[in-house]
Write a protein that binds this ligand. Structure first.
Ligand code: B12
Ligand code: SF4
Ligand code: SF4
Length: 379
């Protein structure tokens, strides 16, 4: 099986038993009870199945865990200093791994099933399967203090997939923790998303805020988001184990050069059709145009570049209220009070959405001289 998996482009494959992660039956409910999943209600909905693979599929006897390296070509942290560019997480600068891995899992699953004469089921991310603890139990790597699975051979860049098999396959030994006294990932997090080592409060994580969270991004995180417009690699990129990581091998996981550092100005002009075509086939497409525009406007607000402010000013007339709200915030960071008052007069006075009105109010504008306060001030 290992040889077949490697031919298909997988970089790591190991096997464990479905009952190998008993701790998840306590830890997942504790994480949910602390509301660390935020608005990801789907994490709660099938929590029983998520914590126990045999509840998801009673016939399962072996769990084959697979990893595909999606490592970056350059250091993802370098882009954070280029404030006129958007930073897209490494895994998302390429074809959607769900599509790439799922197809290969099906192929390998077919091979396994034919060989054992027993059925299999394949999963990649979207099913209620705790992929990281299962991967650690199978020996693919260990969950670091940032909670992601890393390995001595591939660093932090493995994307995971699983095959549940009804056959009794020979199992591998679990991997142990090699974090030692290191705390680099915990210290690197821009939004302090780790309440303790090995625990993540997703509500504070930039990956959650820019990808999963709908509506306005809470004010307290906007500045720390910097120019990260889709996901975040910081806790992965600082890990010392990356020095052993090989570059991505599977050609279909090759990064797209136009997603490496896209200009914020161009992204802010995407309409529905151009968004879909630019991000076609990538994981970004699933967040939709409005959420991406919201993220781009936060990045523009953090750019310190008044010429980009003109792009934000144009978005004050966007049909989507979350985009308009983010545009108000960005303008507030880049323009002087006089210009803001004029923009308010042109766009803010007749604002119908309560949240966008709040964003205008937060700018604490003073009335334009000579005009009645009620018409010029959002107070
Ligand atoms: C929900 C989710 C998210 C959420 C929550 C992340 C999280 N850490 O839970 C958000 C949106 C924030 C997210 C972000 C990212 N994600 Co995500 N995500 C998932 C998903 C769908 C479920 C993860 C899950 O089950 N979370 C629930 C929590 C409770 O589980 P846990 O993280 O294993 O938590 C364990 C620890 O806290 C531990 N624990 C608790 N207390 C204690 C105490 C001690 C002492 C110890 C030792 C342990 C311990 O026990 C818990 C249970 O095992 C998986 C796919 C899947 N089906 O597994 C992908 C997945 C984890 N994501 C992935 C990726 C790539 C990312 C990002 C790197 C993307 C990016 N660059 O922006 C970031 C990483 C952020 C981070 N530091 O985790 C990959 C990770 C691959 C890998 N090598 O591990 C996965 C596996 C998808 C895939 N198929 O490849 N993700
Ligand atoms: S992905 Fe970024 S925001 Fe999320 S925990 Fe890691 S460093 Fe923090
Ligand atoms: S940065 Fe350090 S603590 Fe974090 S996962 Fe890597 S080795 Fe572990």
């Amino acid at each position: 099986m290992e040889e077949r998996a490697r031919k298909l482009g997988f970089d790591a494959v190991r096997v464990t038993r479905p009952d190998a992660v008993p701790l998840t039956r306590e830890r997942l409910p504790a994480w949910l009870a602390a509301e660390h999943h935020g608005s990801m209600d789907w994490m709660e909905e099938r929590a029983g199945q998520r914590a126990d693979p045999s509840t998801l599929w009673p016939e399962v006897r072996s769990v084959v865990m697979l990893g595909m390296n999606a490592g970056p070509q350059t250091d993802p942290l370098e882009l954070l200093a280029r404030r006129d560019r958007g930073a897209i997480a490494t895994y998302a600068q390429r074809r959607d791994y769900h599509d790439v891995i799922k197809g290969k899992l099906k192929e390998l699953g077919g091979f396994l099933s034919a060989r054992s004469g027993r059925p299999v089921k394949v999963f990649c991310d979207t099913a209620p399967v705790m992929e990281k603890p299962l991967a650690q139990a199978a020996g693919l790597g260990w969950q670091g203090k940032h909670t992601v699975l890393l390995s001595r051979q591939h660093g932090n860049w493995l994307m995971l997939g699983a095959i549940f098999a009804a056959a009794d396959l020979p199992i591998d030994a679990p991997e142990s923790d090699h974090c030692g006294s290191c705390r680099r990932c915990l210290q690197a997090c821009p939004t302090a998303a780790f309440p303790a080592p090995y625990q993540l409060d997703a509500r504070r994580c930039i990956a959650y805020l820019t990808i999963e969270h709908a509506g306005p991004i809470p004010e307290e995180f906007r500045e720390s988001i910097g120019n990260r417009i889709f996901g975040c690699d910081d806790c992965l990129a600082v890990c010392p184990w990356n020095k052993f990581a090989a570059k991505a091998r599977e050609s279909r996981m090759a990064a797209r050069s136009d997603l490496a550092a896209p200009p914020l100005a161009e992204l802010s002009r995407l309409d529905e059709a151009s968004f879909r075509s630019f991000f076609a086939g990538t994981p970004v497409k699933r967040t939709g145009r409005d959420r991406m525009l919201r993220n781009v406007l936060i990045a523009i607000g953090n750019s310190g570049d008044a010429t980009l402010g003109e792009e934000a000013a144009r978005c004050l007339a966007d049909p989507d209220p979350t985009v308009r709200g983010a545009a108000v915030w960005a303008c507030g960071r880049l323009f002087p009070a006089v210009r803001l008052a004029a923009l308010y007069a042109a766009h803010g006075q007749d604002e119908a959405d309560a949240h966008v009105r709040d964003e205008w109010r937060a700018l604490s504008l003073t009335p334009i001289q000579g005009a009645p306060a009620s018409e010029t001030s959002p107070a």
